[in-house]
Design a protein around this ligand. Structure first.
Ligand SMILES: CCCCC/C=C\C/C=C\C/C=C\C/C=C/CCCC(=O)SCCNC(=O)CCNC(=O)[C@H](O)C(C)(C)COP(=O)(O)OP(=O)(O)OC[C@H]1O[C@@H](n2cnc3c(N)ncnc32)[C@H](O)[C@@H]1OP(=O)(O)O
Length: 194
């Protein structure tokens, strides 16, 4: 059973999200937006190292292999780690819209336990946009991309200006991110609705 809160039901005036013309082509890997991101960064030793690909429309797929550092119960993935994997996958959708947004609400159903060593096959789609609010949904399957659903989530992302990060982040990390020689990554981290 899944009892979604009304906050995750798009309002009547919501519209279908539109893929940005410059969004990565379907099948293309969407690289990390920040090296030290727990979800996708190469520089986060215990992170998820999620690899995400653009899909058709406003959809992405991602894979994440559960490591020993991700346990909650012995040999099983921690629920918060699985929620992080869903959050990261959902967050990447906003790059296809070319909108900077943060998670406002994330509702997660844990349907099956996920053992260490499992590859979680994630799929996410942005389903509606209303002003600054982006409604999206995701599933995580085990045993293959068509395997049984182990986790699923609905989310509400809120569009923000780049100032959100400038005003709230620690200066040391912001300066280091801005100095990244990979200018595409810097653009992804700090660009506002090009
Ligand atoms: C160092 C460099 C790195 C920087 C990276 C920068 C960018 C990244 C670029 C690309 C990203 C690519 C991939 C991303 C992958 C990552 C995924 C992870 C994403 C996260 O993990 S991100 C961290 C967790 N996240 C937060 O850290 C948010 C904390 N929070 C706030 O900062 C504020 O809370 C905020 C901004 C959310 C809203 O504040 P606000 O003042 O701007 O707006 P306001 O409150 O007016 O809300 C406007 C309308 O949204 C509704 N609304 C708001 N919140 C709601 C809620 N919770 N539930 C239901 N409805 C909600 C209101 O009801 C109103 O609705 P209405 O318009 O209908 O009245």
């Amino acid at each position: 059973m899944s009892g979604r809160t009304t906050a995750l039901t798009p309002p009547a005036d919501a519209v279908k999200p539109e893929r940005h013309p410059d969004a990565p082509a379907p099948g293309e890997i969407i690289g990390t937006h920040y090296d030290r991101c727990f979800g996708c960064g190469d520089g986060a030793p215990h992170g998820l190292h999620l690899v995400t690909r653009a899909g058709e429309g406003v959809r992405v797929t991602a894979e994440f292999t559960v490591q020993e550092a991700h346990q909650g119960a012995p040999g099983l993935a921690h629920g918060g780690v699985l929620a992080s994997a869903l959050d990261e996958t959902l967050g990447t959708l906003n790059w296809l819209l070319r909108v900077i947004a943060v998670t406002g609400r994330l509702e997660t159903d844990f349907v099956r336990p996920v053992p260490v060593g499992t590859v979680l096959h994630l799929e996410a789609e942005a389903v509606a946009v209303a002003d600054r609010k982006i409604y999206s949904t995701a599933t995580g399957r085990i045993g293959g991309p068509d395997g049984p659903v182990a986790v699923r989530a609905d989310a509400l992302f809120i569009e923000v200006k780049v100032d959100h990060f400038m005003d709230n982040g620690r200066p040391a990390e912001i300066d280091a991110a801005l100095a990244d020689p990979d200018q595409l990554k810097v653009a992804r981290a700090f660009e506002v609705n090009p």
